[in-house]
Design a protein around this ligand. Sequence first.
Ligand SMILES: *[C@@H]1O[C@H](CO)[C@@H](O)[C@H](O)[C@H]1NC(C)=O
Ligand SMILES: *[C@@H]1O[C@H](CO)[C@@H](O)[C@H](O)[C@H]1NC(C)=O
Ligand SMILES: *[C@@H]1O[C@H](CO)[C@@H](O)[C@H](O)[C@H]1NC(C)=O
Ligand SMILES: *[C@@H]1O[C@H](CO)[C@@H](O)[C@H](O)[C@H]1NC(C)=O
Ligand SMILES: *[C@@H]1O[C@H](CO)[C@@H](O)[C@H](O)[C@H]1NC(C)=O
Ligand SMILES: *[C@@H]1O[C@H](CO)[C@@H](O)[C@H](O)[C@H]1NC(C)=O
Ligand SMILES: *[C@@H]1O[C@H](CO)[C@@H](O)[C@H](O)[C@H]1NC(C)=O
Length: 846
Amino acid sequence: MLHSDLIRVNDLLITVLLHSGSRWPSKGSKPTAQPVHVSLAIPHDISSTARSDDLSQSINYSTLASTLRTSLSPAAASLEEPAFESLEQIVFRCFDLLLLPEPTSTPRLPGAQIRVVQLKPPLHCQALAVEGVATCGADASWRLIELHHIVENLECYPIVGVNPAERLERQLVRINITVNDPSATGMSVHWLDFRTLTRRLHQKVEATSYLTLEALASFVAVETLQHLQSNSNGIIDYNPKVSIKAAKPCALVFADSSEVEITRVSNDYPTELHSSPRSLNHSASGDMHSAAIALGSNIGDKFQNIELALRLLENPLSVVTDRSTLSDNAFLFVVNTSFLYESAPMYVTDQPSFINCACMIETNIPPVVLLQLVKKIEEIVGRRPSFQNGPRAIDLDIVLYDELVLDTRMPQEQLTPDNLSVDLVIPHPRMPEREFVLRPLFDMIPEYVHPSLHKTLSTLLHELLLVSNDPPMEKVLVFPRYPLPPNVSSPLSGIGPVPSTLTFWRYTDSKSVRKVQSKTKGRTRLMATLNATPDSFSDGSTHNTIPSALAYIRQAARASVDIMDIGGYSTRPGAAFVSVDEEIDRVVPIVQAMRSAGSTTIEEDNEEIRRVKEMPISIDTFRWEVTEKAILAGANCINDVYAFTGPQNYPYPALEVDRQQNNESMRQMKGLARKFAVPVVLMHSRGDAGMNKDYSAYSYSDDGAVIEAVREELGLKVDQIVKGKGSIRRWNVIVDPGIGFSKTVEDNLELLRRGGAVTADTLIGRVPSKRKNPLTGFPQLIGTSRKSFLGVVLANARGRSAEAKDRAWATASAVSCAVQQGALVVRVHDTHEMSDVVAIADALWR
Ligand SMILES: *[C@@H]1O[C@H](CO)[C@@H](O)[C@H](O)[C@H]1NC(C)=O
Ligand SMILES: *[C@@H]1O[C@H](CO)[C@@H](O)[C@H](O)[C@H]1NC(C)=O
Ligand SMILES: *[C@@H]1O[C@H](CO)[C@@H](O)[C@H](O)[C@H]1NC(C)=O
Ligand SMILES: *[C@@H]1O[C@H](CO)[C@@H](O)[C@H](O)[C@H]1NC(C)=O
Ligand SMILES: *[C@@H]1O[C@H](CO)[C@@H](O)[C@H](O)[C@H]1NC(C)=O
Ligand SMILES: *[C@@H]1O[C@H](CO)[C@@H](O)[C@H](O)[C@H]1NC(C)=O
Ligand SMILES: *[C@@H]1O[C@H](CO)[C@@H](O)[C@H](O)[C@H]1NC(C)=O
């Protein structure tokens, strides 16, 4: 508890970067510099200083004040520190600064009281303040014991008074509101939406015409309590106390009572606040919440389990059919996904590895009901009851829900992070020690501030990696098995059949800096191209008949090719138009021939035939009609040089005339990629491959214009594909910088030379609006094979040109560079030769 002697510093004026008061997910709001007053009080026994007048016994106020000033103001904050999302966050940051132990400093302070006042608050009120009291925990932490939210001098003009003269005109009423949050129970709403509250109160109060100020104050209390309740996310036992002070400054002429003060809790209004917090009537609020759900699987077809769970999650009404639990208007959308990871089992190590990922959802389902939904999904996907942390078909954890801090367990059980089987603890208590939870969250919301640890997820992950001795988690890319068997069924109507897994690729981020090296060395994957086009630039018409195509594919299988890329429409500048039907006729029979290899002729059922049958096939097309037919025939991956935006895609977002067509292409391709759960290769391009080579608009970037352009332009499309309602899973995306498409020779060389920078974890954009590289962490496919820029370099160096088919050695050099830059896949024609090149390059650099 706080000691009775207090040392105060009052009204320290500090300028901070503050978002408009709207908080995470901050929908693009720009932070602005705002003045705040910070006051602090530190409990301190002054008796010894008072007696001795000894400076060393006293607390140095000037150091405290300057620590706060320098650490909170934007000069220090601009780069490392995110802007503050709310006043609460500033208060918590002050506690961090004052109460967390520092190696150099004098003894730790026992506790502190902080008040932060926003001096330029929303309309209609004079100041907003958040006041907190915290004490030091035993370890390196602090504990919040009180939190107050204060609105000062909300000014409204209602009709109020008994006097006939008073009832003719509106008059000024000033209202102060204090909300006391019973944080000590650990079940608090730390964040108050001041803006919505003051707007609501102002509107409602102006419409009243009470006779007495007492009635008006009581009305304000009810409105405030209702607002708090509707924002409490159905927390059980959330019981805030509000104090209302109301004054009529101009009332004295009427000799009226000019000021009242009341304090109320919701039990004081049994009829007005009829829906008690326990009844969870979410249809009444109809609002939207963001939550993060972690998924893990370690038995059966893990990838199929995860995909099925996600589809079930998006169909909450089919999963929970009891409408007294889940109302008719319940919705849930998966709006963002992480990458997919394979991790060694934790705690109980004698079991198969886990596949982990996480997703962000938007929903109107309150947390306690959401828990029932995920339990039901675990049951449907086939969770078998097993020992804690043991094997399971699917495990779903609600790890975050808005900024909620919630523990539904009995107080005596709250001391342990386990025993969660039927209860809900948010944020998930073991999150800080679990890389397999933190890392997927970091992919999506690195700047989210953990509501009780007060650190960003990025900080938590880095702290964990500093002490971790585990090998790095590997990312995984999954190919589903097509064609589907004729009668696969779905566990629920409304959900398409989820394919089983054909194969999957593990890979590590080459840039992940770890103490411990990966146990499995990464391997660059080889994609062979098969152009089923009579006019393809590089191999003429050699493969446009089924037998010669199959011969080429068998040869590729011998060269350990990992994936076959089949295209029927050349993207070469000036290539002849091919109709949709013609394109389908060119590619689909080859896909069918591969999938039925060995079954028609009487061939020996050898290893090579098996490899041809099981080889992942990607379909190189930008047309959804072709994509659909090819996947139904057995293709497992989409490779689209226009990244779902169609050929008329430059500049992008498209010009008015092309928008409709692009939109349709995006919608259809996203729909197919989602329905079939196939990986997609999204390439950077700017319309016609021979044009639009000007990147000067990006010359501001230190990383060079063309690299920045690919991050920005392809990033825009990738964002549109992996974010929001109806988006595809992040782990299903491979990016391709589009070497040879709308780029000069030097641009192509630069993209190859510094290819790793395209997907680096860095900031992009111009200075005031820097943002995270949207391509961060995606695996890359690099295609250089036989491309004309290699011919130009050869011609310049040797004084003679090299035909496409004579560029194999030049390609070898380029492929080697792509491997060194960390490409996951290289796309080649000369499979036999490049297989050797990749083997040596992998041995050198992976
Ligand atoms: C407080 O610290 C500052 C610098 O850290 C120093 O200049 C000042 O003399 C100190 N004041 C007292 C009263 O110790
Ligand atoms: C509201 O609080 C402010 C600041 O503490 C004070 O000046 C003002 O008199 C209060 N108003 C009422 C109605 O109590
Ligand atoms: C839930 O809210 C709806 C709409 O406001 C209301 O009609 C219904 O009676 C409420 N149900 C309960 C159980 O409070
Ligand atoms: C809680 O967990 C402990 C140890 O894991 C176990 O012994 C205990 O029975 C559990 N309690 C409940 C209520 O599940
Ligand atoms: C993922 O979605 C969340 C919530 O909509 C958003 O805040 C975040 O920026 C997204 N992350 C990425 C990397 O797109
Ligand atoms: C699935 O198809 C096979 C033959 O193709 C048939 O024997 C089997 O009964 C079918 N199963 C169901 C559930 O329809
Ligand atoms: C794209 O289509 C959707 C509906 O399919 C529509 O709501 C949206 O406005 C369209 N966007 C453009 C840019 O045309």
